[in-house]
Design a protein around this ligand. Structure first.
Ligand SMILES: Nc1nc2c(c(=O)[nH]1)N[C@H]1C(S)=C(S)[C@@H](COP(=O)(O)O)O[C@H]1N2
Ligand SMILES: [Mo]
Length: 324
Protein backbone atom coordinates (compact mmCIF):
# COMPACT_ATOMS: atom_id res chain seq x y z
CA UNK A 1 0.00 0.00 0.00
CA UNK A 2 1.28 3.42 -0.82
CA UNK A 3 1.14 6.02 1.88
CA UNK A 4 0.09 9.24 0.27
CA UNK A 5 1.51 12.31 1.90
CA UNK A 6 -0.29 15.42 0.85
CA UNK A 7 2.02 18.31 0.01
CA UNK A 8 0.86 20.71 2.67
CA UNK A 9 4.17 22.54 2.71
CA UNK A 10 3.88 23.96 -0.76
CA UNK A 11 5.91 27.12 -1.03
CA UNK A 12 4.61 30.59 -1.80
CA UNK A 13 4.23 31.14 -5.56
CA UNK A 14 7.24 33.48 -5.45
CA UNK A 15 9.44 30.60 -4.38
CA UNK A 16 8.52 28.39 -7.29
CA UNK A 17 10.94 28.34 -10.16
CA UNK A 18 9.13 27.37 -13.35
CA UNK A 19 11.99 25.38 -14.82
CA UNK A 20 12.24 22.00 -13.17
CA UNK A 21 15.62 20.39 -13.59
CA UNK A 22 14.64 16.83 -12.95
CA UNK A 23 15.70 14.71 -15.87
CA UNK A 24 13.87 11.57 -16.85
CA UNK A 25 15.70 8.39 -16.14
CA UNK A 26 16.54 7.83 -19.82
CA UNK A 27 18.10 11.26 -20.15
CA UNK A 28 19.90 10.56 -16.94
CA UNK A 29 21.41 7.30 -18.15
CA UNK A 30 22.73 9.04 -21.24
CA UNK A 31 24.15 11.71 -18.97
CA UNK A 32 25.78 9.20 -16.65
CA UNK A 33 27.43 7.45 -19.57
CA UNK A 34 28.93 10.69 -20.78
CA UNK A 35 30.01 12.09 -17.46
CA UNK A 36 33.29 11.70 -15.63
CA UNK A 37 32.13 13.34 -12.41
CA UNK A 38 30.01 10.47 -11.19
CA UNK A 39 32.56 8.52 -9.14
CA UNK A 40 30.94 6.06 -6.80
CA UNK A 41 28.02 4.96 -8.94
CA UNK A 42 27.64 1.40 -7.92
CA UNK A 43 26.81 -2.07 -9.07
CA UNK A 44 25.14 -3.96 -6.27
CA UNK A 45 22.23 -5.98 -5.07
CA UNK A 46 20.12 -2.88 -5.57
CA UNK A 47 20.82 -2.63 -9.27
CA UNK A 48 19.07 -0.51 -11.82
CA UNK A 49 17.33 -3.72 -12.94
CA UNK A 50 16.11 -4.14 -9.42
CA UNK A 51 14.63 -0.64 -9.47
CA UNK A 52 13.16 -1.25 -12.92
CA UNK A 53 11.45 -4.38 -11.67
CA UNK A 54 9.78 -2.18 -9.10
CA UNK A 55 8.28 0.06 -11.71
CA UNK A 56 11.00 2.69 -11.89
CA UNK A 57 12.07 1.92 -15.47
CA UNK A 58 10.55 5.15 -16.75
CA UNK A 59 10.79 7.17 -13.62
CA UNK A 60 8.83 6.85 -10.42
CA UNK A 61 5.30 5.49 -10.53
CA UNK A 62 4.31 7.26 -7.38
CA UNK A 63 5.19 10.73 -6.20
CA UNK A 64 4.73 11.72 -2.61
CA UNK A 65 5.57 15.02 -0.98
CA UNK A 66 6.95 17.66 -3.34
CA UNK A 67 7.60 21.30 -2.42
CA UNK A 68 7.46 22.32 -6.10
CA UNK A 69 10.82 24.06 -5.88
CA UNK A 70 13.56 23.74 -8.43
CA UNK A 71 15.37 20.46 -8.01
CA UNK A 72 19.11 20.69 -7.41
CA UNK A 73 20.96 19.24 -10.40
CA UNK A 74 22.13 15.67 -9.81
CA UNK A 75 25.72 16.74 -10.41
CA UNK A 76 25.62 18.91 -7.29
CA UNK A 77 23.75 16.46 -5.11
CA UNK A 78 26.25 13.73 -5.98
CA UNK A 79 29.49 15.72 -5.83
CA UNK A 80 29.03 18.24 -2.98
CA UNK A 81 28.66 15.94 0.00
CA UNK A 82 29.22 15.54 3.70
CA UNK A 83 30.26 11.97 4.45
CA UNK A 84 33.21 12.21 6.81
CA UNK A 85 33.94 8.49 6.51
CA UNK A 86 35.51 9.40 3.17
CA UNK A 87 37.11 12.71 4.13
CA UNK A 88 36.07 16.18 5.19
CA UNK A 89 36.25 17.99 1.85
CA UNK A 90 32.97 18.29 0.00
CA UNK A 91 34.51 16.50 -2.99
CA UNK A 92 36.04 13.59 -1.02
CA UNK A 93 32.93 11.37 -0.86
CA UNK A 94 32.39 11.48 -4.64
CA UNK A 95 36.05 10.74 -5.17
CA UNK A 96 36.50 7.92 -2.64
CA UNK A 97 33.12 6.36 -1.81
CA UNK A 98 33.52 4.09 -4.84
CA UNK A 99 36.02 2.15 -2.68
CA UNK A 100 33.15 0.93 -0.51
CA UNK A 101 31.63 -2.52 -1.10
CA UNK A 102 27.87 -2.21 -0.73
CA UNK A 103 26.95 -5.74 -1.84
CA UNK A 104 26.42 -7.81 0.23
CA UNK A 105 24.77 -5.56 2.80
CA UNK A 106 22.74 -6.36 5.87
CA UNK A 107 21.18 -4.45 8.73
CA UNK A 108 20.98 -5.64 12.31
CA UNK A 109 17.99 -4.59 14.40
CA UNK A 110 18.40 -4.95 18.17
CA UNK A 111 17.23 -3.60 21.51
CA UNK A 112 13.62 -3.10 22.49
CA UNK A 113 12.05 -5.24 19.77
CA UNK A 114 10.09 -8.48 19.93
CA UNK A 115 11.88 -9.84 16.87
CA UNK A 116 15.52 -8.78 16.78
CA UNK A 117 17.71 -9.97 13.96
CA UNK A 118 20.01 -9.37 11.05
CA UNK A 119 18.43 -9.05 7.65
CA UNK A 120 19.92 -8.83 4.17
CA UNK A 121 18.98 -5.64 2.37
CA UNK A 122 17.17 -7.53 -0.41
CA UNK A 123 14.96 -9.25 2.17
CA UNK A 124 14.48 -6.04 4.06
CA UNK A 125 13.12 -4.41 0.92
CA UNK A 126 11.06 -7.35 -0.33
CA UNK A 127 7.44 -6.28 -0.64
CA UNK A 128 8.20 -2.67 0.29
CA UNK A 129 6.60 -0.13 -2.05
CA UNK A 130 9.07 2.53 -3.05
CA UNK A 131 7.95 6.05 -3.68
CA UNK A 132 9.52 9.31 -4.70
CA UNK A 133 9.70 12.14 -2.18
CA UNK A 134 11.08 15.51 -3.21
CA UNK A 135 12.50 17.06 -0.04
CA UNK A 136 14.50 20.11 0.91
CA UNK A 137 17.82 19.16 2.55
CA UNK A 138 19.15 21.84 4.90
CA UNK A 139 22.68 21.34 6.19
CA UNK A 140 23.56 22.86 9.56
CA UNK A 141 26.37 24.65 7.67
CA UNK A 142 23.65 26.85 6.06
CA UNK A 143 23.52 25.49 2.53
CA UNK A 144 20.61 23.55 1.10
CA UNK A 145 19.42 21.49 -1.84
CA UNK A 146 16.17 19.99 -3.14
CA UNK A 147 16.51 16.26 -3.77
CA UNK A 148 14.11 13.70 -5.25
CA UNK A 149 14.63 10.63 -3.05
CA UNK A 150 13.34 7.12 -3.65
CA UNK A 151 12.46 5.41 -0.43
CA UNK A 152 9.85 4.27 2.03
CA UNK A 153 8.65 5.31 5.49
CA UNK A 154 10.88 4.40 8.44
CA UNK A 155 7.79 3.01 10.13
CA UNK A 156 7.50 0.35 7.44
CA UNK A 157 10.83 -1.17 8.45
CA UNK A 158 10.60 -0.72 12.21
CA UNK A 159 7.17 -2.35 12.42
CA UNK A 160 8.59 -5.60 11.04
CA UNK A 161 10.75 -5.99 14.12
CA UNK A 162 7.90 -5.16 16.51
CA UNK A 163 9.21 -2.48 18.87
CA UNK A 164 8.15 -3.14 22.47
CA UNK A 165 6.22 -0.69 24.63
CA UNK A 166 9.50 0.34 26.28
CA UNK A 167 11.00 1.54 23.01
CA UNK A 168 11.12 5.35 23.13
CA UNK A 169 14.09 6.15 20.89
CA UNK A 170 15.82 4.67 17.90
CA UNK A 171 19.54 4.70 17.21
CA UNK A 172 21.07 4.28 13.75
CA UNK A 173 24.67 3.27 13.10
CA UNK A 174 26.78 3.65 9.96
CA UNK A 175 29.12 0.94 8.75
CA UNK A 176 32.58 0.92 10.37
CA UNK A 177 35.04 -0.40 7.79
CA UNK A 178 38.29 1.56 7.85
CA UNK A 179 39.78 -0.58 5.05
CA UNK A 180 37.27 0.94 2.66
CA UNK A 181 36.45 4.21 4.41
CA UNK A 182 39.59 6.29 4.36
CA UNK A 183 38.19 8.94 6.67
CA UNK A 184 37.84 6.31 9.39
CA UNK A 185 41.54 5.49 9.24
CA UNK A 186 42.61 9.11 9.02
CA UNK A 187 44.93 10.19 11.76
CA UNK A 188 43.31 13.64 11.71
CA UNK A 189 39.77 12.48 12.25
CA UNK A 190 38.35 13.58 15.58
CA UNK A 191 35.18 11.55 15.17
CA UNK A 192 34.69 8.50 17.35
CA UNK A 193 33.56 6.00 14.69
CA UNK A 194 31.10 4.63 13.81
CA UNK A 195 28.83 7.58 13.04
CA UNK A 196 25.67 7.30 15.13
CA UNK A 197 22.39 9.19 14.93
CA UNK A 198 19.06 8.90 16.63
CA UNK A 199 15.46 9.98 16.79
CA UNK A 200 12.68 9.89 19.30
CA UNK A 201 10.42 7.02 18.29
CA UNK A 202 7.48 9.28 17.45
CA UNK A 203 9.77 11.28 15.15
CA UNK A 204 10.91 8.09 13.44
CA UNK A 205 7.29 7.06 12.99
CA UNK A 206 6.32 10.39 11.43
CA UNK A 207 5.25 9.79 7.82
CA UNK A 208 7.82 12.29 6.50
CA UNK A 209 10.75 10.26 7.90
CA UNK A 210 12.02 7.86 5.26
CA UNK A 211 14.78 5.45 4.44
CA UNK A 212 16.15 6.22 0.98
CA UNK A 213 17.60 3.63 -1.39
CA UNK A 214 17.70 5.89 -4.43
CA UNK A 215 17.61 9.42 -5.75
CA UNK A 216 16.91 11.07 -9.11
CA UNK A 217 15.21 7.87 -10.27
CA UNK A 218 18.33 5.81 -9.66
CA UNK A 219 19.97 3.68 -7.02
CA UNK A 220 21.77 5.83 -4.41
CA UNK A 221 25.36 6.71 -5.33
CA UNK A 222 27.77 5.54 -2.62
CA UNK A 223 28.61 9.12 -1.69
CA UNK A 224 24.96 9.75 -0.81
CA UNK A 225 24.80 6.82 1.59
CA UNK A 226 24.23 3.63 -0.38
CA UNK A 227 22.61 1.31 0.00
CA UNK A 228 20.33 2.59 2.78
CA UNK A 229 20.25 6.00 4.48
CA UNK A 230 17.89 7.97 6.61
CA UNK A 231 16.20 11.17 5.36
CA UNK A 232 14.53 13.39 7.96
CA UNK A 233 13.72 16.56 6.01
CA UNK A 234 12.73 18.84 8.89
CA UNK A 235 16.07 18.36 10.68
CA UNK A 236 19.59 19.48 9.86
CA UNK A 237 21.28 17.19 7.37
CA UNK A 238 23.59 15.52 9.90
CA UNK A 239 20.60 13.64 11.32
CA UNK A 240 20.11 11.93 7.94
CA UNK A 241 22.69 9.22 8.57
CA UNK A 242 24.16 7.31 5.64
CA UNK A 243 25.03 3.68 4.89
CA UNK A 244 23.16 2.22 7.86
CA UNK A 245 24.07 -1.22 9.24
CA UNK A 246 22.59 -1.01 12.72
CA UNK A 247 19.22 -0.01 14.18
CA UNK A 248 18.63 -0.20 17.91
CA UNK A 249 15.37 0.53 19.70
CA UNK A 250 16.07 2.08 23.08
CA UNK A 251 14.44 3.24 26.29
CA UNK A 252 16.80 6.20 26.59
CA UNK A 253 18.06 8.88 24.25
CA UNK A 254 21.02 7.51 22.28
CA UNK A 255 24.43 9.18 22.29
CA UNK A 256 24.79 10.65 18.83
CA UNK A 257 28.03 11.56 17.08
CA UNK A 258 27.79 15.34 16.66
CA UNK A 259 25.90 15.90 19.88
CA UNK A 260 28.57 14.08 21.88
CA UNK A 261 31.41 15.82 20.05
CA UNK A 262 30.10 19.39 20.38
CA UNK A 263 26.92 19.51 22.49
CA UNK A 264 26.77 23.32 22.50
CA UNK A 265 26.71 23.39 18.71
CA UNK A 266 24.71 20.32 17.72
CA UNK A 267 21.66 19.30 19.68
CA UNK A 268 20.06 15.89 19.69
CA UNK A 269 16.90 17.31 18.10
CA UNK A 270 18.61 19.46 15.45
CA UNK A 271 15.31 20.69 14.05
CA UNK A 272 15.83 23.33 11.37
CA UNK A 273 15.10 26.60 13.18
CA UNK A 274 15.89 30.08 11.82
CA UNK A 275 15.38 31.54 15.32
CA UNK A 276 18.12 29.54 17.02
CA UNK A 277 21.54 30.36 15.65
CA UNK A 278 24.53 28.08 15.66
CA UNK A 279 27.04 29.57 18.16
CA UNK A 280 29.35 30.45 15.26
CA UNK A 281 26.91 31.50 12.53
CA UNK A 282 23.33 32.55 11.83
CA UNK A 283 20.71 30.02 10.79
CA UNK A 284 18.29 32.67 9.47
CA UNK A 285 19.22 32.16 5.83
CA UNK A 286 20.78 29.49 3.66
CA UNK A 287 22.62 29.17 0.34
CA UNK A 288 20.41 27.18 -1.99
CA UNK A 289 22.71 25.23 -4.30
CA UNK A 290 23.78 25.78 -6.99
CA UNK A 291 25.12 29.06 -5.69
CA UNK A 292 28.17 31.13 -6.58
CA UNK A 293 29.92 34.31 -5.56
CA UNK A 294 28.07 36.30 -8.22
CA UNK A 295 24.77 34.52 -7.74
CA UNK A 296 24.68 33.51 -4.07
CA UNK A 297 21.05 32.36 -4.16
CA UNK A 298 20.51 33.14 -0.49
CA UNK A 299 17.02 32.38 0.77
CA UNK A 300 15.28 32.55 4.11
CA UNK A 301 15.41 29.41 6.20
CA UNK A 302 11.99 28.14 7.17
CA UNK A 303 10.91 26.78 10.54
CA UNK A 304 11.26 23.00 10.46
CA UNK A 305 12.66 23.49 6.94
CA UNK A 306 9.16 24.24 5.64
CA UNK A 307 7.51 21.18 7.19
CA UNK A 308 6.12 22.95 10.27
CA UNK A 309 2.52 22.16 9.50
CA UNK A 310 3.27 18.45 9.51
CA UNK A 311 5.82 18.13 12.31
CA UNK A 312 5.28 21.01 14.77
CA UNK A 313 2.81 18.92 16.81
CA UNK A 314 5.68 16.54 17.66
CA UNK A 315 7.23 19.36 19.70
CA UNK A 316 4.18 20.92 21.29
CA UNK A 317 5.09 22.46 24.63
CA UNK A 318 8.82 21.96 24.14
CA UNK A 319 11.27 24.82 24.52
CA UNK A 320 13.02 24.71 21.16
CA UNK A 321 15.77 27.06 22.32
CA UNK A 322 16.81 24.60 24.98
CA UNK A 323 16.03 21.46 23.00
CA UNK A 324 17.83 22.58 19.84
N1 LIG B 1 27.49 8.36 8.12
C1 LIG B 1 27.39 9.66 7.83
N2 LIG B 1 26.18 10.16 7.54
C2 LIG B 1 26.04 11.48 7.24
C3 LIG B 1 27.17 12.34 7.27
C4 LIG B 1 28.44 11.78 7.60
O1 LIG B 1 29.48 12.45 7.64
N3 LIG B 1 28.51 10.44 7.86
N4 LIG B 1 27.00 13.69 7.03
C5 LIG B 1 25.66 14.24 7.25
C6 LIG B 1 25.51 15.62 6.80
S1 LIG B 1 26.30 16.82 7.73
C7 LIG B 1 24.71 15.97 5.75
S2 LIG B 1 24.42 17.59 5.36
C8 LIG B 1 24.09 14.92 4.88
C9 LIG B 1 24.47 15.16 3.45
O2 LIG B 1 23.80 14.25 2.60
P1 LIG B 1 24.09 14.27 1.04
O3 LIG B 1 25.58 14.20 0.85
O4 LIG B 1 23.39 13.08 0.49
O5 LIG B 1 23.54 15.56 0.50
O6 LIG B 1 24.50 13.60 5.26
C10 LIG B 1 24.56 13.37 6.64
N5 LIG B 1 24.80 11.97 6.91
MO1 LIG C 1 25.25 18.78 7.19
Amino acid sequence: MHIRVRARSDPKPSEITPERVYRTRREFMALAASSVALGGLNALALTEDWLDARGFADGPVFKGQDPGEEITPFQYASSYNNFYEFGTDKGDPAQYAGELTVDPWSVEVTGEVAKPGRIAIEDLLAGVDLEERVYRLRCVEAWSMVIPWIGFPVKRLLDRFEPTDSAKYVEFTTLHRPEEMRGQRSFFSSIDWPYVEGLRLDEAYHPLAIFAVGMYGKVLPNQNGAPLRLVVPWKYGFKSIKSIVGIRLMRRQPRTTWNVMAPDEYGFYANVNPNVDHPRWSQKTERRLPSSFFSPNRIDTMMFNGYAEEVAPLYAGMNLRRKY
